[in-house]
Write a protein that binds this ligand. Structure first.
Ligand SMILES: O=C(O)CCC(=O)C(=O)O
Ligand SMILES: [Mn+2]
Length: 231
């Protein structure tokens, strides 16, 4: 089974082959009220659902988690194959998961790193808010605004037809954009320090997203996207 990497030019693969009929669901515990309100439930008017909560973590927690992730994550430079040549990008990445997955990436195969204490803490809070369980997480470290990510969707087959993707941000605030594949309509949101953005339903099918480069940002940002491989 091949998971087409969102960066188009690289690919990730997963050992499991069968899809689960019903992805794991969680019920919100009673004392954990939702940060998402009904009024502004989706940033999209149609063809998908995107929820945004500015403060999944407060300023102090976010600062501590940023430092911890920066220091303890097994960061590696992202790589892409361009015209048969390996290109090393300045943006750094890391991949963590339940241990069942290996991924091939620019010609090499790597197993997901185990969850750290910090990641488990973040994952638990994200799962409570999403009502959904995740088994892997891709981390991106953008050293400053000169690093970004091009238009893509997280529509790998191994994530299922309607993946839930939960994106947590620490550090510099950056603009995140979604573009409708047909109408080209653009929706922008600033992803704040400690925020949570969740993409659900048909979003990956109808919309692409990007983290544009910018000269205005001179400080680093860490992004975590929690995903569930079905298998
Ligand atoms: O950094 C971000 O907010 C976007 C990351 C992303 O889209 C991805 O890792 O697929
Ligand atoms: Mn993405």
């Amino acid at each position: 089974m091949v998971w087409q990497c969102h960066r188009d030019l690289a690919s990730l693969s997963c050992r499991e082959t069968a899809f689960l009929e019903s992805p794991p669901q969680l019920v919100l515990s009673q004392d954990q009220s939702s940060l998402f309100t009904e009024r502004d439930r989706s940033l999209l008017q149609r063809d998908g659902l995107v929820e945004y909560a500015p403060s999944l973590f407060d300023r102090i927690e976010s600062g501590d988690l940023f430092k911890e992730l920066l220091a303890t994550t097994p960061w590696q430079h992202d790589e892409v194959m361009l015209f048969g040549q390996k290109r090393v990008l300045s943006r750094k990445v890391a991949w963590h998961g339940d241990g069942d997955f290996s991924y091939s990436y620019s010609g090499t195969s790597k197993a997901a790193a185990p969850w750290s204490q910090a990641l488990l803490l973040i994952k638990e809070r994200v799962e409570q808010q999403c009502g959904y369980q995740f088994n892997s997480c891709l981390l991106n470290l953008y050293h400053d605004g000169s690093e970004g990510m091009g238009w893509h969707s997280d529509d790998e087959k191994t994530l299922g037809r309607k993946p839930v993707i939960a994106s947590v941000s620490f550090g510099a605030e950056r603009v995140f954009k979604l573009k409708h594949r047909e109408s080209k309509e653009i929706v922008s949101v600033v992803l704040e320090n400690g925020s949570l953005l969740v993409m659900r339903g048909e979003t990956q099918h109808h919309w692409v997203h990007t983290m544009p480069k910018t000269k205005k940002i001179t400080t680093p940002r860490i992004n975590l996207t929690f995903r569930t491989f079905l298998g």
